[in-house]
Design a protein around this ligand. Sequence first.
Ligand code: SF4
Length: 160
Amino acid sequence: MTGTQISYYFLCKRKLWLFTNNIEQEQFNDTVAMGRFISDTTYERQKHEIKIDDIVLDFYDAKTKTIHEIKKSDKMEESHIWQVKYYINVLESKGITGVTGLIDYPKLRKTEKVELTNGDKNRLKEIERDIQSIVRSIELPGVIDKPFCKKCAYYDLCYV
Ligand code: SF4
């Protein structure tokens, strides 16, 4: 499981299925490209991306044990929060305890603190099971018809 899958799980199960089954169109989408640009430039002076198994953290401050995740907009806040909870859980599974997360929205000058509770850990196990079941299904989940579909990389595939 990856942070991107967690994020898509909350946004759209169809997107999760398409992404996981390697139907990738993300690199051609302007909105996604802008998100990557913000991520690439905001922390130029303190660029400390770290890779653990299949996940990449934008920035991890080892002194304060803080994961920083950089996002463009807070419209998808729930998915961002669970993505960071998942990252904290991965670090804990590697023996790094006492980690917290900060979601930074540079354009909004806003920061959201994220912590992981025991209840969250149980919920993450359920989410993982659910994700496995969705992505292994031979049935592609239906379109969700949300306003943000227009900015999704799979828009043409879903609606045209
Ligand atoms: S366009 Fe909408 S329904 Fe299709 S994958 Fe994207 S978010 Fe999901």
